[in-house]
Design a protein around this ligand. Structure first.
Ligand SMILES: Cc1cc2nc3c(=O)[nH]c(=O)nc-3n(C[C@H](O)[C@H](O)[C@H](O)COP(=O)(O)OP(=O)(O)OC[C@H]3O[C@@H](n4cnc5c(N)ncnc54)[C@H](O)[C@@H]3O)c2cc1C
Length: 167
């Protein structure tokens, strides 16, 4: 057998790579080789399946925003039925007494990259999250949008189905 592109591993990285190859105009044949189609042991399906922009380096934030744009564009890209159950509930990252400067520096990077993240002081945290004890907390960063969790099986399935119809 001959294929122009062979991708070993058909979970999210392999299946998305095959999909993007086509999306970017690759016209050759593509084979995705997967040893376990149940994905029972794959990181993709065992992961927390969450997305955030609260990282410390621009590259990670850009990767996340790229994926977020795909989430927002899901129906246009994969059809009207496409749904990965994205629940847009922000991450809340807290800093202890010595962590405020690091959290603030990370926050500045996230904002500069377009993240919708707020830096909150203990009083604002207490106000917004009544269940939270702010004792020993110097600041918190919260994602107002673009962060949350989704159904990893459904996301993977979108790529796999699309790849089969485009094969
Ligand atoms: C506990 C945990 C929580 C995580 N939480 C998150 C999160 O919340 N958000 C996030 O973005 N990321 C998270 N991650 C990271 C994320 O899950 C991985 O970055 C991502 O799933 C990697 O995808 P992958 O396709 O490279 O690997 P995998 O999902 O592990 O897939 C690899 C595939 O390759 C196949 N394979 C391997 N060798 C061969 C072979 N020789 N022949 C054929 N097939 C083969 C395997 O069967 C498997 O299906 C988490 C990871 C872990 C472990």
């Amino acid at each position: 057998m001959h294929f122009d592109a062979v991708i070993v591993g058909g979970a999210i990285m392999g299946s998305a790579a095959a999909w993007f190859l086509r999306e970017e105009g690759f016209a050759g044949s593509i084979a995705v080789i997967e040893r376990d189609a149940t994905f029972a042991q794959a990181c993709t399906t065992l992961s927390m399946a969450s997305i955030r922009q609260q990282f410390s380096i621009p590259e990670n934030i850009r990767l996340s925003l790229f994926t977020l744009s795909l989430f927002r564009d899901l129906k246009a890209r994969f059809g009207a039925e496409a749904d990965i159950g994205f629940r847009e509930k922000g991450y809340l990252i807290l800093a202890g007494p010595d962590g405020r400067d690091i959290l603030a520096a990370n926050h500045a990077t996230q904002i500069a990259e377009g993240g919708d993240i707020a830096l909150l002081d203990p009083a604002q945290l207490q106000d917004r999250f009544s269940w939270l004890s702010a004792d020993g907390v110097s600041a918190g960063a919260y994602g107002f949008s673009g962060e949350g969790w989704f159904d990893a099986h459904a996301f993977l399935d979108l790529f796999r189905k699309a790849n089969k119809t485009r094969a």
